[in-house]
Design a binder for this molecule. Sequence first.
Ligand code: ATP
Length: 234
Amino acid sequence: MARQFAVIGLGRFGSSVARTLIDQGHEVLAIDENEEKVAEMGDLAAQAVQLDATDEKALRAVGIEDVDVAIVAIGGDIQASILITLLLKEIGVKEVVAKALNARHGRILQKIGADKVIFPEREMGERLAQILVTPSVLEQIELAPGHSIMEIVAPKAFVGKTVRDLDIRAKYGANMITIKKKVPHLTKTGETDFVETVNIAPKAEDRIEKGDHLVVIGKDEHLAKLKKLSSKEG
Ligand code: ATP
């Protein structure tokens, strides 16, 4: 079932979170004290309202307690961000995600009960640097401290081998959970096109081919070995 979200603060970050949620079919209550920001979101969001989110009564009046997740996307006004996060937890919103401007702001948000604190600039910077230095790492997401899931281009040394031959778990301490392949097919106009097939339960006899993408999960130190292998050829 689609979850109900509230996004408070419709700056560049908040509006992009709201749009993505809406695109994925979720209902979004979009809040900003600035009339223009609300108007920009008005046609898209189920409900876009202009109010000062530090005002508890105003928040309750729009039914904030009914949302599953509230995202506090205010960076500039630290005091407002803290106050709103506190209010949302007091009102009883199940999950409050708050954007922090810096480490100190983040610590305070955590202390007052934010369920998740995010540092968009820092996280994007880390991710970009990671991708730039290891071009064959297409995506890496932290699951828990020290553990990640990542998508890599199959290293040359893996091409032509089966899952059994590679024995990734024994050799690298990681688990390969998906193999993505680009399979050529002919379009109606006779041109060659590629469709992606996703094998989410690779079997021992499945073979890795050039250009395949592998999704692996494991400890960061173990994944680093795979990364090195993959980036040597990048
Ligand atoms: P960006 O995401 O663009 O980087 P930012 O982190 O600089 O934004 P701000 O500009 O401080 O964040 O705030 C984002 C939005 O939050 C603005 O559109 C602002 O009008 C709105 N906002 C700030 N304080 C409140 C408040 N008390 N109630 C509702 N909306 C607010």
